[in-house]
Design a protein around this ligand. Structure first.
Ligand code: M6R
Length: 616
């Protein structure tokens, strides 16, 4: 989604802003722009397309100045055009503003401003906010920094919706004002320079000391310092956090794509998700962050897991794991539907919201609704500084490290690992024996080695992927724990290669899906050595009987039966049933990746998609 970078200091702002925007490219965008303050004016450059296009525009018409704001736009209100790209100006042309989020009452505000004679250059909700701030400042009797902050405050009081903003004004060449409600904003502290960003990865090469703004806070930032206040006009306290992220973490290293790097990081990320959380002594998992005693956990009668996209698929694996190991009734719900449903939730229902970024608007809304209804609501997040992490009553961090590729990979396997730990803990305080707990712990400890063995098969999987890259439609089938993996495999393929793909429980085939089977439509069956292996085999036979090509993901030692009927077989190492979703999903990540590369797709920046979806 949209990204913001601001700089105030002694260096040339434009190159720093461009570099920051480049680091936010992964979030997804369709246009970009920069505004700097030079010689009493605001200079602006905007382009539709990539940051490289904006860089070229600045190369041919350079802009100077040591203060500036910049933005990547993911269109919501108004088409993808240069006019709609940010920054936007107020009526005087002296004030420029960048904005993430949605101003919900922009239409009525715009009508009112137009009645007063304001003329708009774009179709965006953002330009309305720029005009509101400019109008408030121009009405003020003072031309001071304090009066500009007051004008921002005044404008923000009139809007409903969400915002993360950066504002500059030609009369204050060393000042940026930032504010947030619902869209993340972080302030970076340097020496003789300060930064503003929607995501810490944009500024981590300059500073690791940051202040995360809270909702309704306004920051006035100069090269020497900053002040914080609230939209209500009160002072605000802050904590300086040193972020645990290096420049290397947010780079591609020797990999061609972030997605491939992150696929290969899964030995480490899954290890980190388990680190210090397995107790051999008590044959259970230790998850202090849940902030719940065993007695409280034992009184949980029902669990609801909610999230979006890949996070929801991980939740669906979690549903099987929790019901299997702990026998606690568990239900998964799209976060986008959660708020609008009237889910029957007893007072002992525990809600988990799952989100890699911790900023997904629908998931955040589900968290708030669940809390509003009085349920204890826990988060499973990767981004420790995120809004969801902060607003949850407790939870478990994934510790997967930054995930930059738009296609979620390591976050899925970390989420499933965390859910397995939760299932183990809930099981052990109920009926699961200590012997069973110990066995599960020993099995989980083999995961990093098993993942390494799957990753070592990359070339073999890539060769299969290339053979099917020209397919127009692909079906993914799995049963039980591997049904959500079928959904996830289909999602991975369609989002990065644009091949139409859908996932189903294997047995659903004969209820309609089988009509799609023909010689041009490959079916991917996830059929590891588990309790339903032979059921899967029968479903594969049904596809083969109708001339459909089949790629099977099986288990070493059981490959023979699959090879007899399937066109291609990829084998994972022998593994306990509960761990198979992690291994089979990695095969499908590699499969989708190599198809997308074969088709020449922009793997890390798929069309129309954003890494973190911060609008509803
Ligand atoms: O940051 P989140 O985990 O909340 O993101 C949820 C989805 O937007 C995300 O998983 C999305 O489906 C991925 N692009 C899929 O690869």
């Amino acid at each position: 989604m949209c990204g913001i970078v601001g700089y105030v200091g002694r260096a040339e702002a434009a190159p720093i802003l461009l570099e920051g925007l480049r680091r936010l490219e992964y979030r997804g965008y369709d246009s970009a722009g920069v505004a700097t303050l030079e010689e009493g004016c605001v200079s602006v450059r905007k382009e539709v397309g990539r940051i490289d296009d904006l860089k070229k525009a600045i190369g041919s018409h350079p802009i100077g100045g040591t203060t500036g704001i910049s933005h990547t736009r993911w269109a919501t209100h108004g088409k993808v055009t240069r006019e709609n790209a940010h920054p936007h100006f107020d009526r005087s042309g002296k004030l420029a503003l960048v904005h993430n989020g949605v101003i919900e009452n922009y239409a009525s505000l715009r009508a009112q401003l137009e009645e007063e004679g304001h003329i708009f250059q774009s179709q965006t909700d953002t330009e309305v906010l720029a005009h509101l701030v400019g109008r408030a400042f121009d009405r003020s009797s003072e031309r001071t920094q304090g009066a500009l902050v007051a004008a921002v405050r005044d404008a923000l009081r009139q809007v409903t919706g969400t915002y993360g903003i950066g504002v500059v004004h030609a009369e204050f060449p060393g000042l940026i004002i930032g504010a947030r409600r619902g869209s993340p904003l972080v302030l970076g502290i340097g020496k003789g320079e300060h930064f503003l960003a929607s995501d810490v990865s944009a500024i981590v090469s300059h500073t690791r000391d940051v202040v995360y703004l809270n909702d309704y806070e306004i920051a006035a930032i100069t090269e020497d310092g900053f002040t914080l206040s609230t939209v209500e006009g009160l002072g605000a306290d802050y904590n300086v956090t040193t972020v645990d992220m290096t420049d290397e973490d947010v780079g591609k290293g020797d990999y061609t794509h972030f997605m491939l790097k992150e696929i290969h990081e899964q030995v480490r990320s899954v290890t980190d998700a388990m680190r210090g959380r397995l107790s051999h002594e008590e044959a259970t998992a230790k998850l202090g962050g849940l902030n719940m005693t065993n007695a409280e956990l034992r009184s949980v009668e029902r669990i609801v897991l909610t999230g979006c996209g890949t996070a929801l698929h991980a939740a669906m694996v979690g549903e099987y794991l929790i019901e299997h190991l702990a026998q606690v009734p568990t239900e998964c719900e799209f976060a986008s539907e959660f708020r609008y449903r009237n889910l029957p939730m007893t007072k002992d229902t525990l809600v988990f919201v799952m989100s890699q970024s911790g900023e997904t608007a629908d998931t955040l809304a589900a968290l708030r609704e669940s809390k509003r209804k009085g349920h204890r609501t826990l988060g499973i997040c990767n981004n420790v500084a995120s809004t969801i992490a902060r607003e949850s009553d407790g939870g478990v961090y994934m510790h997967a490290g930054p995930e930059i590729g738009v296609a979620a990979t390591k976050s899925f396997t970390s989420q499933v690992t965390v859910l397995a730990l939760i299932a183990l803990l809930l099981g052990r305080i109920r009926n699961l024996s200590s012997a069973a707990g110990s066995r599960i712990i020993s099995e989980m400890e083999t995961l990093p080695d098993l993942i390494a063995k799957v990753l070592a098969k990359e070339e073999e999987i890539a060769a299969v992927a290339r053979r099917y890259a020209q397919a127009k439609v692909m079906l993914f089938m799995g049963r039980q724990l591997n049904y959500p993996v079928a959904l996830e495999g289909a999602l991975k393929l369609k989002e990065i290669s644009y091949i139409a793909a859908s996932g189903y429980p294997s047995a659903e085939l004969k209820h309609g899906v089988i009509a799609l089977v023909n010689a041009e439509t490959p079916s991917v069956f996830i059929a590891p050595d588990d309790a339903v292996f032979h059921k899967n085999l029968s479903n594969i036979e049904e596809v083969k009987a109708r001339g459909g090509p089949v790629i099977a993901i099986g288990t070493e030692g059981k490959g023979g039966e699959l090879s007899l009927i399937c066109d291609d077989v990829i084998l994972i190492p022998q593994a306990p049933e509960i761990l198979t979703p992690i291994l089979t999903s990695i095969v499908l990540q590699i499969f989708a990746y190599h198809i997308a590369v074969e088709l020449g797709c922009d793997v890390d920046k798929p069309r129309n998609l954003a890494k973190s979806v911060t609008v509803e």
